[in-house]
Design a protein around this ligand. Sequence first.
Ligand SMILES: [Fe+2]
Length: 136
Amino acid sequence: MFAEVQLKLVPHSRGEESTVYSRLLNEKSASEKIRVSIEEHRQVDVLLEELADMSPRDEEWSAKVHVLADMVGHHVDEEEGELFPMARAVLSAREAAQIAAEYEQARDEAMQAMIGEFEEAEEVEEVEGEEERGAA
Ligand SMILES: [Fe+2]
């Protein structure tokens, strides 16, 4: 369940940063907004990493999930309400379509890489579990 949240948010961030954001950082009118969005991605990363090391039983879990949900909601509103309209204003339709396709590819690659990491971590856990059972 938490892994699904990570898989939704992290590839989105990495995909945008390497495509849409890196292109719009060159635009004077958009660069400050982009820097804010990059910082929001970073704050989301920090919360996700903290949550990944915690258990839902921990006292701070629900507070962190609450803040994460607020941050993501705010970020999405800003992207859809301000950033994407700004992008459409400075990019030609053709470039916008090209960047959208690049974003999707970068996001999907980041997602595949993450799934690979999750699978590796699971295998390590299984081996460790077997070793522990073997030692007992
Ligand atoms: Fe974003």
